[in-house]
Design a binder for this molecule. Structure first.
Ligand SMILES: C[S@@+](CC[C@H](N)C(=O)[O-])C[C@H]1O[C@@H](n2cnc3c(N)ncnc32)[C@H](O)[C@@H]1O
Length: 240
């Protein structure tokens, strides 16, 4: 997978690309990430990348001609997918990351200041928001998108870790524990220590249902519960 990030602040990516799982995925050759400075595509004397908005209003807008030039110079062909980070989109979901992880190549454009001249939208395939709030720039959103996609790449991380993640089966992940077995009076549930895989799987499903019910009941609204899940829900309700 080839990813190109267009940004005014390339230095923000240094730590992100050189640490932990992301750097490992890149070292394995599963992804190539290029960070491009949009300012390199401003050809006036002072390398201006922004200007005041027509009609007034606070702040500065990034110029469409500069950003479009950067985009055109960094797409290999007509099929290179272009993503614009923007709060004006439906918030990103895990299923979007799964869809985007199937792309061979894409470019992410990071806005900054008051954003980018609206006309840039004509040249992108998709706008992606990471949530209903406003950040100073698209750099963190682009890292969120890249991080979420890279960890889905085959061999990037163990497939078992992906299978049991929150959202994968429409449920939040069940609570997990590691040593010590007791901490400040809180013990790891006995069932997780007994080695009975069937009992453990049942318990974990029950805890995933409970976790979802308590934290994200909206995820259960349209769920088609299996017979076992209904039985477990009843148990949870009785125990509460
Ligand atoms: C300060 S924001 C611009 C906000 C814009 N004036 C508005 O009200 O919609 C600057 C840039 O940060 C990025 N950004 C901010 N919040 C975002 C979010 N929730 N998701 C994705 N990108 C975001 C976008 O690239 C945006 O162009």
């Amino acid at each position: 997978m080839k990813i190109t990030v267009l940004t005014l602040f390339p230095e923000m990516y240094e730590g992100f690309l050189n640490a932990s799982i992301i750097s490992r995925i890149m070292k394995k050759g599963l992804a190539e990430i290029k960070v491009v400075n949009i300012r390199d595509y401003s050809f006036d004397k002072h390398h201006h990348v922004d200007d005041t908005p027509y009609g007034g209003g606070a702040g500065m807008l990034m110029k469409v001609d500069v950003v479009h030039r950067a985009l055109l110079d960094n797409i290999s062909n007509d099929y290179t997918y272009a993503i614009l980070t923007s709060p004006k989109a439906r918030p990103l979901k895990q299923e979007d990351l799964v869809r985007l992880s199937k792309l061979d190549e894409f470019v992410i454009i990071c806005g900054h200041y008051e954003g980018i001249d609206h006309r840039i939208e004509k040249y992108v395939d998709e706008k992606v928001s990471i949530g209903d709030y406003i950040l100073t720039g698209g750099e963190l959103p682009s890292m969120v998108i890249i991080d979420g996609i890279l960890r889905l790449l085959e061999e990037g991380i163990a497939p078992e870790s992906l299978k049991e993640e929150s959202f994968n089966e429409g449920l939040l992940e069940y609570p997990q524990y590691t040593r010590p077995v007791e901490y400040n009076g809180d013990r790891v549930p006995d069932v997780l220590q007994n080695g009975n895989h069937k009992e453990i799987a049942r318990y974990n499903l029950k805890m995933a249902l409970k976790e979802t019910m308590l934290n994200r009941p909206d995820l259960l609204e349209k769920r088609d519960f299996s017979k076992l899940e209904r039985e477990l829900l009843n148990e949870i309700l009785q125990e509460m």
